[in-house]
Design a protein around this ligand. Structure first.
Ligand SMILES: N[C@@H](CCC(=O)N[C@@H](CS)C(=O)NCC(=O)O)C(=O)O
Length: 279
């Protein structure tokens, strides 16, 4: 596959310091990780080993490049972990415990990264990015392949609508701070809290099941036969539902799509139980 004028983040095994690509041979160490637009005149092959140092090197060795502030059970962080894995990007997990000591997300150090005291945050060379859907959009722009949005505008709108339905209509109602407020300030006991949780999961996933079953665009995944932003959001939401024993019998299509996603290593590696901070 020849990819004219396209290049490349970097490099698993690059030697210390990155040399410029030899434009004639295309030789350097490493493996294709991501694409960036590149000045005209360069032609490289996706199978070439390349590293890149034009002032904005991306390196697997240089873990300062991308750090994901994450909590293993955070479904918003889980979305980003899936997208990073699907795109084959390397990153370092920085665990932020949401419960211990009143929540490390409330520490002054973390508030410098995300003043909203929420995970995830993605630290890039350009600074920290927050809000999982904004981070997904960023990743799609800096690393368009493999695409997590369809090519056509209607398809893109549909995928974003499913992702936003999960991220905006379901997840915020069941976030930790909301549950803590219910229990603390509103005096809800554990059973009321669980009833609240289950109700909003059921209500939200009912809507998603309708969106999926009512559209010929649904395939093995939420949109067609490849994973998209929608699947990055659906799988963590279903993980939350299972964690709190919310019944999923009424959602056969959701269960089938999640099953399909879970066959992919990118999804499995992103799962809470496979995180370095899993408990
Ligand atoms: N809209 C945000 C939501 C982020 C969010 O709510 N994160 C949760 C974990 S899933 C969190 O940090 N909760 C801490 C808290 O509620 O105090 C996003 O998509 O990034």
């Amino acid at each position: 596959m020849s990819t004219n004028n396209t290049l490349i983040a970097v490099s698993n095994d690059a030697p210390a310091g990155f040399g410029l690509i030899d434009h004639t041979s295309g030789q350097a160490a490493g493996k294709l990780m991501a694409y960036r637009s590149f000045p005209a005149g360069l032609s490289v092959s996706a199978s070439d080993n390349i590293s890149w140092n034009l002032g904005r090197s991306w390196s697997r060795k240089d873990k300062r490049f991308m750090k994901l502030y994450s909590y293993f059970r955070s479904s918003a962080a889980y979305r980003v972990r899936i997208a990073l894995n699907l795109k084959g990007l390397d990153y370092e997990i920085v665990p932020v415990h949401l419960v211990r000591g009143g929540g490390e997300n409330n520490s002054p150090d973390y508030l410098e990264i995300n003043p909203l005291a929420l995970v995830p945050a993605l630290q890039t060379q350009e600074g920290p990015l927050i809000q999982s859907l904004a981070i997904l959009e960023y990743l799609e722009e800096v690393c368009p392949s493999p695409a997590l949005l369809p090519q056509d505008p209607v398809g893109r709108a549909r995928v974003r609508a499913i992702a936003q339905t999960i991220a905006s209509e379901i997840h915020p109602l069941n976030n930790l701070r909301v549950l803590d407020y219910l229990a603390g300030k509103m005096g809800a006991d554990e059973s009321v809290k669980l009833a609240w949780y289950s109700y909003w999961i059921h209500d939200g996933l009912s809507g998603i099941e309708k969106l999926l079953s009512g559209s010929p665009a649904t395939g093995n995944f939420c949109h067609g036969d490849a994973p998209s932003f929608a699947d990055c959001c659906l799988v963590p939401q279903v993980y939350n539902a299972r964690r709190f024993d919310c019944p999923l019998d009424a959602f056969p299509l959701i269960r089938s799509i999640v099953g399909q996603c879970e066959t992919l290593p990118a999804f499995r590696r992103a799962a809470p139980e496979n995180q370095p901070d899993a408990e």
